[in-house]
Every structure is written in C-alpha cells, then in structure tokens.
Design a protein around this ligand. Structure first.
Ligand code: SAM
Length: 337
C-alpha cells in the first residue's frame, strides 16, 4: 500500500511571500462601462476559443488548491455573473474542499436572481462594486441606468447569507468625490462593509493621472468631517484594506490605498486570467501560459510546476512610483480585478 505524501509545494516568490489567495477571472466581458475601467464602446473581447472552458477553469483551480496550497478562491472578471456556467463552477470549486474560502467580486447586475443558487452552490461571500448611491451619478460613471439592479442584487446577497457583504467604491475627482460620507452612511444603514479603493493605472484608455486620483488621505479627511474613525483592532494581515471602526462600531470602513500606501510586502495573491494565463501581480508585465500547456496535454503535476516557476518572478512591488513604470498591456477588466 502506498501512502500519499501531501504535496509540499507552495507558490513562493523570492521575497518570502507565499500566494494562497487565487483571483480567477471568468470572463473579460462586462455589462457596465465604468469610465475609469473601460471605454464607452467596450473592448475587443477575448475570442471564445481562448477562454477557458468550465472544465478547464475548474481543473486549474484544482491544481492550485490540491497541489499548491491555495485556500482562497475569488471569482472576478470582467463581470463573473455574465459567465453562463458560474453556479456550476462555484459548486465544483466548493467540492475541492470545505476549508476553501470561496467569494466573488461583482457589479451585482442579475445577482437578485442568482444569489440563492450561488449560496447553495457553496459561495461564501460577495464584494459588490458601487461607487455612488445616486442614480444619476451611477449612470455618469457606469454609462448604464442600472442602479436599482445593483441595490436589489446587494439585498439579495445579504438575504442569501453571502455576507459579510462588502461594497467596493472608487472615488473620481469631480464626479463622486463629494459623496464619500453619503456612501458610508448608506452602507452602514444597510449593513454592508464599505471599502474605498484608490484609482489605479489599470484603465484601458490609459487615462489615469496621479494628480487627478483621490488619495487615501483625502478620503480620510472627508469621512472624518462626519464620522469618528478609529483603527480596527483585528490584525490586517495580508488584507489590502486598512480598516477603521466608525463612530465606535460595530460598523467599519476600509481604504485600499494601493497607490499612496502600497502593501505589496504582504501580498498573498495570484491571478488566473479568463484565457488561462497566470499573473503574479496586477501590474505584472509578463504572464505564464497554462492554457496552451494544458491543451497540449500537461499533467496536473506539470501545470503545478509551471505555476511555481511563474511565481518566482514576482516583483517586490508594483512600481507605480518608479520612473520606469509602465502600465500593464491588459486593463483591469481583462486581468481580473
Ligand atoms: N465586474 C466586477 C465588479 O464590478 O466588481 C469585477 C471586476 S472589476 C474590474 C473589480 C473591481 O475593480 C471593481 O471594484 C472596480 O471598481 C475596480 N476597478 C476597475 N478599474 C479600476 C481602477 N483603474 N482602479 C481601481 N479600481 C478599479
């Protein structure tokens, strides 16, 4: 009888970080057109044959979980809810282990219809992107008139037990940067955990300018005019958000200051794009092609080996502040945010 020796490999880089949190982009398509993410006309979507099939994406998640120590899987995109096989992919991911933390980042369009099925399939939590609670500003930012759908999706997620429900918001100067306290009040009233994300140079149009972005310091200053913020006691660990209790708690607010207060030293994330490329960082300029290897017949062991090698090249930091910084060729929507 042979005893199975547990796989000892991990996704370690040269700086001692180990990736255990896998972000899986299920599609590069999206049904919103957020101005800071993509142009009004959309993008050239990936050709269908390049996108991983449901079987392929589940297989690669399995390689990460069973061979490489990944224990968090977050589905993203593009918009994961537009992926037809989503519920089944969640169910098959959950079947990889009860220990897995399985979540999704979504714009919540259509979530009102699918939240229960997703929860039953084994999804633990959702993060919903919502930059404003004013329908007209929502339309200005997303170029779509779908604010009510997002609100309904959030409520359905809460009812289905996909909590704690988090809301991610990006502030844009001159558009919604006067709405931070209002958004926080709304989230507190509804029991959602709000996180502000600093705008990053990941838009398809390359329109990001450091001078124009709303910084974490500005966000704190705006919030502190109306709320008392105190650093939350729970240890931050590898979480991207700096967390604060609001008015003594229990409500909290977080700020993800990727640009002005980078947290790369604690990063435990790795990304798989919808077309089967491993990216060791959002800002990486290189990818490692697992799809071609998989379709050429690579075994799970061989795919795991490639993944390990891909992680070794992870840079110490995203380098946005370096003079030589170059924005990655793919925008956020194609990488998986
Ligand atoms: N469609 C899903 C959603 O809306 O959450 C998932 C993909 S979206 C790219 C993931 C997150 O990235 C959203 O919260 C969005 O606001 C954020 N995002 C997109 N472009 C960004 C940028 N340039 N800087 C910061 N965050 C960005």
């Amino acid at each position: 009888m042979t005893t199975r020796v547990p796989d000892q490999r991990v996704l370690a880089d040269r700086f001692g970080r180990v990736a255990t949190d896998l972000r899986v982009s299920l599609t590069d398509r999206c049904n919103l057109r957020c101005s800071y993410c993509m142009p009004a006309e959309g993008l050239d979507w990936l050709p269908g044959e390049q996108v991983l099939t449901d079987d392929e994406v589940v297989r690669l998640i399995g390689v990460a979980v069973q061979h490489l120590g990944v224990h968090e899987v977050r589905f993203t995109g593009g918009e994961p809810l537009v992926r037809r096989g989503l519920v089944d992919i969640v169910r098959r991911t959950r079947a990889l282990g009860d220990h897995l933390d399985v979540s999704m980042t979504s714009n919540a369009l259509g979530l009102a219809r699918t939240a229960t099925a997703l929860a039953e399939a084994g999804l633990d939590r959702v993060n919903v992107s919502l930059d404003t609670v004013r329908a007209d500003t929502f339309h200005t930012i997303t170029r779509r008139d779908r604010f009510d759908d997002v609100v309904a999706g959030l409520a359905a997620a809460q009812d289905a037990g996909l909590g704690p429900v988090k809301v991610n918001a990006v502030l844009l100067r001159g558009v919604n940067d006067d709405q931070a306290p209002e958004l926080l009040r709304w989230c507190l009233d509804h029991g959602y955990d709000l996180r502000f994300i600093e705008q990053m140079p990941l838009d398809a149009q390359h329109g990001w300018h450091r001078d124009a972005m709303v910084t974490a310091d500005e966000i704190f200053a705006m919030l502190e005019q109306e709320f008392v913020l105190e650093p939350a006691e729970e240890p931050r660990g590898s979480a991207p958000a700096e967390l604060f209790t609001v008015d003594g708690g229990p409500g909290t607010v977080g700020v993800i200051a990727s640009v002005t207060r980078p947290f790369c030293g604690d990063c435990d994330r790795v990304r798989l794009t919808a077309d089967g490329q491993v990216r060791n960082c959002l800002f990486a300029r290189e990818e490692s092609d697992l799809r071609t290897a998989m379709r050429a017949g690579a075994t799970d062991e061989e795919l795991a080996d490639r993944w390990v090698v891909a992680m070794r090249g992870k840079a110490a930091g995203h380098g946005i502040d370096d003079e030589t910084f170059l924005q990655p060729a793919r925008p956020m929507s194609a990488i998986g945010g």
